[in-house]
Design a protein around this ligand. Sequence first.
Ligand code: ADP
Ligand code: ASP
Ligand code: MG
Length: 480
Amino acid sequence: MIVLKFGGTSVGSAGRVRDAARIALSQASPRVVVVSAASGLTNALLEAARAAVRGDLVARDAALSLIHGRHDQILNGIESELQRKLARNVLNEVHNGLDATLDEVASIGELSDAASDRIVATGEKCLATLMAATMRDMGHEAEAVFTDSIIATDGRHGAARPDRAVTRENAEHLIQPLLDAGITVVATGFIGSGPDGATTTLGRGGSDYSATLLGAALDADEVQIWTDVPGVLSADPRAVARAQVVPEISYDEAQELAHFGAKVLHPRTIRPAVALDIPVRILSTFLPGEPGTVVMREAPSERIKAVTALKGLILMTLDVPELEDLAPAASAVFRMMHEKCVEILNVSQASSRRRMTYILDAVTGGCANLQLLLETELDELDARIACHEHVAVLAAVGSGAAGTASSLTRMLTVLNRQKIAVLAMNQQTSSVAMISVVNEVDADRAVAALHNAFIRPVVARSHSRRRRRTDLLSESLRVG
Ligand code: ADP
Ligand code: ASP
Ligand code: MG
């Protein structure tokens, strides 16, 4: 069986939903189709929630009418009156639930993480309903499944951690029988539920992760991520216009790229595929005939394949007077990060062995808040913390190449030539990624310069094909 996931841009309008349905239905069954909310609607739902908290009825209604308008446009693309009516009934139910949660939020004047998850989940629920109805309209048996009944999580709202064993059991009981009956299952991306049954979400962009979780739960032969770019590119095409498709990358390389900012894959997407060796393909709904990128266990090449940047980070250094103090101080830092759910992207230890450097996801309140949280414990240990906000991590990814002295030298030379200050540098022990920390304002310039230095131009194809690709790529970027 295969899992196909369609992102927001690929299900953003009636025409796109039909195109996505056609792509999915042209593939062999059994198949599970995972959908995101229509592009922009997760943000609109969050805006409605914030407006409800403020008691701003005008802003709440504006966001809701945008949401209803987009869903109605997709609904009206369904030709069969019966299918339209059935889908409308479910949509009304989901929208009524949304209104009730927004009223609840408005009455208490506060948006809990649980309510926020319930609110944003409506985007995916509406799209799964609309996609299944569109497929039935096209003459195929399809059924929408809301994955709060399938993807079991630890209940951490906004960034829930899946329980893969329970998810597998649920998928076996609730999805497999539908597949066995020849029905295409259309599952909501992004959504799970906690031990208390409340809806949870897997973090922004989490539908990619849903696809591989379901793929692993159902022993898929392949997971396909259909999106608005023709594969994993050598850089974000919004920053580097000449970015080119990377045809093959390893699980390790893809994980590093996603971890360090390549938005095309949610950072946790690859993990479930690794254990079962499931290939993950990234393909474009705008260019469905293109081969895209395949992510698999081994994809050797000994060169840098892509350059990424992740902005909005914090660089924190921890200094202790004596070597013996480092372990207790570092363990206090790790404990605090774990308790406060601060994500650590990278840690390194200086050669003097009295300094540790942490690259952290931005936290509410930034450095001031971090210092406050660590003050008491580190005071006792006589440790010092220094903290920089607004930094970015640059990563040059390529198994084998990232670990070589020549790559490291070239990275530093390029950044130096661009007069970009390097705040920290680290070569992953895996030799898959080479990273440097720079000020956020320099990140785009740095990515462009590193791309120029490391990525060799693709061998020219026929002129007309290249032109068609460029036109379609720029269309996809405009739409996205
Ligand atoms: P979807 O809605 O389909 O999930 P996303 O917007 O989440 O799509 O991810 C696709 C986007 O990721 C692209 O439009 C592109 O701007 C961005 N992106 C960033 N880095 C890369 C990269 N290295 N390769 C491809 N796309 C990238
Ligand atoms: N709709 C969700 C988001 O916008 C999940 C996703 O798109 O993958 O974050
Ligand atoms: Mg995405």
